[in-house]
Design a protein around this ligand. Sequence first.
Ligand SMILES: [Zn+2]
Ligand SMILES: [Zn+2]
Length: 367
Amino acid sequence: MRIQAAVSRAGQSHPTIEELELEEPRAGEVLVRVVAAGICHTDLYCHAGLGVPIPRPIVLGHEGAGVVEAVGGGVRELAVGDHVVLSGASCGECPKCRAGRPTYCRDAMKLSFGGQRADGSSPLSQGGERVHGMFFAQSSFATHLVAPARSAVKVSKDLPLRLLGPLGCGIITGAGSVLEAFRLRPGESIVVFGVGSVGLAAVMAARIAGASRIVAVDVSAERLRLARELGATHAIPSDDKTAGALREIGCDGFTFSFNTTSAAEVFALAADCLAMEGTAGFVTRPRGGWTPDMATLLASGRKLQGILGGSAAPKVLIPLMIDYWREGRFPFDRLVAEFSFAQIGEAWKACTEGAVVKPVLVMAPRP
Ligand SMILES: [Zn+2]
Ligand SMILES: [Zn+2]
């Protein structure tokens, strides 16, 4: 079928909408009409050539939500008309996949960034020329996509699909880090460095989990205000006084720190602010590198913990986050700013500049 998709080509400031051909879903896959797709910083980095190397031309996008329009052979868990939120790529067969921890699938990197299925094919083309797809098993900056049924999470039809895409990456990364990776318990404390969509999801999850102190640290006064509204007990600016302010609030240090930034000095601060046996979680690499102080880590029993996708099982945590949202305890919709698909350039710019927390492209707004 012919579809509209935003194609990432080298040298362009943002992906631009073109007409492509999309294959029928193969065995184990579903065809999804995309209702909306969030833009994540991984999309920005990959488009700019700064992240994991990707083949081009490629259709990016990995926070899609939509409606199943066709199912391939052997798909039993989904049917035409089902509403789905798409999550990340996994093989479904390795030990971590079988244990319900697909973000640590042994093939996750290859399947997420390779621009193709495991067998080397791409469902996308243009005039007979290959266009790479299957980015995070999605390529959701498009009106339609095919995805493995395994990565699609069925949701209730009474939910606003146009809001739900970011649950599949940014929001689950923040909430999962607190609820799954840290398993934060009531009375424990946390510092969240960087309160974009991932950090704010962590703040909301920490409140749900019963954290005693939830400290938000950011350079933006506006985002710190939002963090307070969403559950942070303290909000402090990121500057040369941050370390002192954290010592004052934390006394003997914090149970957890959660670093969503790539600033090397924040990695140091995130390790230093911990209590004895505290854990510093991080979701991206330190820009320019950072060497941990191993002697201090040893003497304090502190841990550094890399976290991908919140270490979560999307089929468990996405429905749970939706339940919390329905109860008014997890208002992630406050992070979302909608743009039409045609406004992808504006949305890209707003995301790059941090003007909005979570831009979402709405593919085909319906009355
Ligand atoms: Zn992402
Ligand atoms: Zn796997």
